[in-house]
Design a protein around this ligand. Structure first.
Ligand code: TXE
Length: 522
């Protein structure tokens, strides 16, 4: 923040200014919510055909502005251009495309089948249906590590479900965040339907404001604060929090492929990924051979500024504080008995870099096994049998994603089904974030709720239940006044629906129907 009341963003490699955005004050939020609600009405009143055209326009604008968007992300985060392309842009494009398809298929209403009661309810001239209605205004608070993909995919889904969005991006990546508003405006969405605001007060103020849902992505520590604030107004929250994800490698896995998967899964975005591979659990029989493969792959990784050198695979961390935190965490791990096999310090190049680091022999009780390391640090250990591997994978307060690597897919599915993580991949890591039809989210310290897919959509809408009764009968048999006759009828209802074979269920149901009919005499 400065005298111009703007938030400045710096390039973590060159320290150059990437750009600045205006800072909003907490007392502006009620006005913004009013504007958002007005826009939401406009958007809601738009023909579905027109909404689909607008979403398609957003898709083509993102495609046409790909390089500009990627460059902005690279300059603001220090991540390699290839990652901006495939983990930010691609994930965003697939989500728009999925939303278009979802909206096209979304029925206006859905009739509810009453199961065993269906026949009776029908006879009584009644029916129930659901129309999913948007919540209203969704507040999105997002982290720095995927400054486009995370808030953008959540915003596209929120708007597709009919909501307006107020987005607060990380103060470390405001330019990429504010770019999102320009994309929606350029595509022709009503102004203020997606509004991006920044400022040191805004995050907390938004969680205390009159929004209809909060989607928070960030650390478990901040997640608790958000939930506490949101409880003031009983605002529902979706919490996408940290991870300490496990990767199990069995002795029958394709080891070369698994080694490449482990290295990408652990060091993509310089390890600043909630679902990055943090705990490598390798079968004892292949432990040292596999570790050599992983070390060999890691040694080959080039670190630097990909805007100057496209062969760079490992970019920078978000800032110097993040690098310092890595140095402290590695120092503690070594102090607690861990052995650094590669990396373990900041390389001697300008910028906020930390070397890809692999630590072995860390005692199971050591801090780093339990705490999130939001950087390029991978812990390795071995296991005897599948049960132990699964136990080790579940031995964490975090439960976001995990993976099992084996050529025996049935074995993989068996192990996967016992792992607590929200998503378990067999022979792959991380990338289902880019499969918008699949749910994303975890439990425990990794939060709760889901973004993406039908499950994410369900958290952005309210199932509005309409029950219609044609009023064919003047009186329901469970209404006042109670009587012994009425009591018999209610017994018949229960017998008719749930009694054991002995009792004639049909005659009971016929009694009930007759009972409803006879009410007219009362
Ligand atoms: O998080 P922070 P960061 C997690 C990742 C790591 C963290 C890193 O595992 O733990 O995010 O991101 C705003 N009330 N995930 O450091 O500090 C803050 O300004 C309201 C998980 O950015 O928690 C920023 O915009 N908001 C994930 C946002 O919260 C507040 C994917 C996050 O900040 C606030 C990516 C407050 N009191 C990262 N204080 C997943 N599970 O999918 C700060 N903020």
């Amino acid at each position: 923040m400065n005298e111009k009341n703007t938030l400045i963003s710096y390039n973590p490699i060159t320290d150059e200014i990437v750009g600045e955005v205006p800072i909003s004050r907490a007392d502006e939020i009620p006005i913004l919510i009013r504007n958002a609600k007005r826009s939401q009405k406009k958007w809601g009143a738009m023909e579905r055909k027109q909404q689909l055209i607008t979403l398609s326009k957003l898709l083509s604008i993102c495609v046409s502005r790909t390089d500009e968007i990627c460059e902005t992300i690279c300059r603001e985060t220090g991540k390699p251009f290839s990652e901006a392309l495939n983990t930010e842009i691609l994930a965003s494009l697939t989500t728009i495309d999925w939303c278009i398809d979802w909206l096209r298929r979304q029925p206006n209403t859905m009739e509810i089948h009453q199961g065993k009661l269906q026949m009776m309810i029908r006879y009584l001239g009644r029916s129930s249906y659901i129309r999913y209605r948007p919540l209203g205004v969704v507040a999105i608070i997002s982290p720095f590590n995927f400054p486009l993909a995370i808030p953008f995919t959540q915003a596209v889904m929120s708007v597709t479900a009919g909501n307006a969005v107020i987005l607060k991006p990380s103060s470390k990546t405001p330019i990429s965040g504010h770019l999102i508003e320009s994309l929606f405006l350029e595509a022709g969405f009503p102004p203020n339907l997606v509004k991006v605001i920044s400022g040191p007060e805004i995050g907390e103020a938004l969680t205390l404001s009159d929004v209809d849902r909060i989607i928070f992505t960030g650390s478990s520590e901040t997640g608790r604060k958000v939930m506490a604030s949101a409880s003031q107004r009983l605002t529902p929250v979706t919490l996408e929090l940290g991870g300490k994800d496990a990767m199990i490698v069995t002795e029958d896995a394709d080891l070369k492929r698994a080694a490449s998967g482990a290295v990408w899964g652990a060091f993509v975005n310089s390890g600043q990924v909630c679902a990055a591979v943090k705990r490598l659990i390798v079968h004892k029989d292949i432990y040292s051979y596999f570790l050599d493969l992983v070390l060999f792959e890691t040694e080959k990784l080039k670190q630097g500024n990909s805007l100057l050198d496209p062969d760079v695979s490992i970019g920078a961390m978000i800032d110097k504080e993040a690098v310092q935190k890595m140095e402290e965490q590695v120092g503690k791990a070594v102090h607690e008995g861990g052995r650094v096999l590669i990396g373990g310090s900041a390389p001697k190049i300008p910028g906020s870099f930390f070397q890809p680091t692999i630590i072995s022999e860390l005692p199971p009780k050591a801090t780093m096994w339990k705490t999130e390391t939001f950087g390029p640090i991978l812990l390795v250990t071995s296991y005897e049998d599948d049960d132990e591997a699964v136990r080790l994978a579940n031995d964490s307060d975090f439960a976001l994603t995990a993976s099992v690597w084996t050529r025996n897919l049935e074995r993989g599915k068996r192990m996967a089904s016992s792992i607590r993580a929200g998503t378990v991949m067999i022979n792959n890591v991380l990338y289902t974030y880019g499969l918008p039809a699949t749910p994303w989210g975890g439990s425990g310290e990794s939060g709760f709720g889901r973004t993406h897919g039908q499950w994410g959509m369900m958290e952005l809408m309210e199932p509005h239940h309409i029950h219609v009764d044609k009023g064919n009968f003047p009186h329901d048999i469970w209404w006042f006044p109670y009587s012994s006759e009425g009591l018999e009828l209610n017994r018949d209802m229960i017998n008719g629906l749930f009694a054991h074979k002995g009792v004639s269920r049909l005659s009971s149901l016929l009694n009930v129907r007759k009972g409803f009919k006879d009410q007219t005499r009362r």
